[in-house]
Ligand binder design. Structure first.
Ligand code: PLP
Length: 414
């Protein structure tokens, strides 16, 4: 039987990931395979580390991708650092805070969870006073939570962690390459991102970076495992401190990413081609220009949505620039609207989770998807679909308001 090959329907992707990918990245990924110890490939590994340091704004030696989606990076970082009974503070302002909690608990951590209302973030001082009570080994926090569309300021928390000796580990999956993330300046010890959001590379890798404070924890665990730490220096907790995972053991992974090239897994060749090209594209555009582009498209989207008469969810002073949460008008079936956008216009926006399910749509402006054409098409199509659903909106206003924002920006820059 002759089966047809899979035909990909054309799409405009306006979700918080995965997002559209620059054709240059897709072309790079179609290049032929190199062996993982081929000098051409190992120099690509080194160059990728170099580009990653620039995009992550760090002088850390260790900056390399974990093979797997973003949560693979989170799991590698947490399970290499956290040991049984370690105290971990997780201030959670959305769904991805619970992911950090869940993974830390699986590592045996004594997790102290802080909550805040969805749509808000924490006052850094509240986190800092909780740190004083708990004295955690690790503070694990999300920078931009895509589930609520909020962004937590980190600089004060980073300074407090450095002062008190806690390690700050940050999920910056939704923010890196879309808005400012200053790893070193904010004193972040370990940081995780993902390819399929603002890096605009297909899902499948999680670039991470960590400094010597984290490396020291990993190295000590390794030394104990190898019997290199004298017995009298070990407490009972020190007996088995081996990192439980083989695949996610950062001590083994860093040996593979070092000149020693100690064999671990087989590197994901085509993904690395894609990541390298994606990082090049980011640096070609320039980080400041890229953040500016994300800001402008977000502003145009928000102007259009509000001109239509819809409301933006959450506290606007901590809005995540890469995700816009739109309140679903009363009595409207949010899923029917999303389905019609996809079926009739080929545009995908996202629904939501937990307490926000059925209450908001989430529209991403990330990476290659974050462009004027996509924003205008989304506004025009959403307006048409809402009219079709007999929602009372102000017809004809949304696209005009967005065009005003774009024209204003051209005027200001000339
Ligand atoms: C998307 C996302 C993740 C999870 O990413 P996967 O690639 O699906 O594993 C983690 N954290 C945040 C903040 C995200 O937005």
């Amino acid at each position: 039987m002759q089966l047809p090959s899979f035909q990909v329907p054309p799409r405009t992707i306006m979700t918080p990931g995965p997002v559209e990918v620059d054709p240059r990245v897709l072309r790079a990924m179609s290049a032929s395979i190199l062996g993982q110890f081929d000098p051409s490939f190992t120099s690509l590994m080194n160059e990728t580390m170099e580009l990653l340091r620039k995009v992550l704004q760090t002088e850390n030696h260790w900056a390399y991708p974990i093979d797997g989606t973003s949560r693979a990076g989170i799991e590698a970082m947490l399970c290499s650092v956290i040991e049984e009974e370690d105290k971990v503070l997780v201030p959670s302002f959305g769904r991805f805070g619970y992911l950090l909690t869940e993974i830390a608990e699986r590592c045996g951590a004594d997790v102290h969870l802080m909550h805040c209302e969805w749509g808000e973030v924490f006052d850094p001082q509240d986190i800092i006073s909780e740190m004083k009570n708990i004295r955690p080994k690790v503070v694990a926090i999300v920078h931009g939570d895509t589930s609520t569309g909020r962004m937590q300021p980190l600089a004060e928390i980073g300074a407090a962690c450095r002062e008190s000796g806690s390690l700050l580990i940050v999920d910056a999956v939704a923010t890196v390459a879309g808005t400012e993330v200053k790893t070193d300046e904010w004193k972040i010890d370990g940081l995780i991102t993902g390819t399929q959001k603002c890096l605009s590379v297909p899902a499948g890798m999680a670039p991470i970076t960590y400094n010597e404070r984290i490396e020291a924890v990993i190295s000590l665990r390794k030394a104990i495992e190898r019997g290199l730490v004298p017995q009298e220096q070990l407490t009972s907790r020190n007996l088995d401190r081996r990192i439980q995972s083989n695949y996610f053991d950062l001590s083994q992974l860093q040996d593979y990413w070092s000149p020693a090239r100690l064999n671990h897994h087989t590197e994901a060749t085509s993904m690395l081609y894609g990541l390298y090209e994606g990082l090049w594209i980011i640096l070609e555009e320039g980080l400041a220009n890229r953040y500016q582009r994300h800001r402008l498209n977000e502003q145009a989207l928000v102007a259009g949505i509000t001109a239509m008469g819809l409301s933006i969810f959450g506290n606007s002073s901590c809005k995540l620039p890469t995700v816009t949460c739109v309140e679903i008008p009363d009595g409207i079936d949010g899923e029917a609207v999303r389905a019609m956008l996809l079926d009739e216009f080929g545009i995908e926006i996202a629904s939501s989770f937990g307490p926000l399910h059925g209450k908001i749509w989430r529209i991403g402006t990330m990476g290659y998807s974050c462009q004027k054409r996509n924003v205008l098409l989304t506004l025009a199509s959403l307006e048409a679909v809402l009219l079709r659903h007999r929602v009372k909106i102000h017809p004809g206003e949304a696209v005009q308001a967005a065009l005003d924002v774009y024209q204003q920006a051209v005027k200001q820059s000339s």
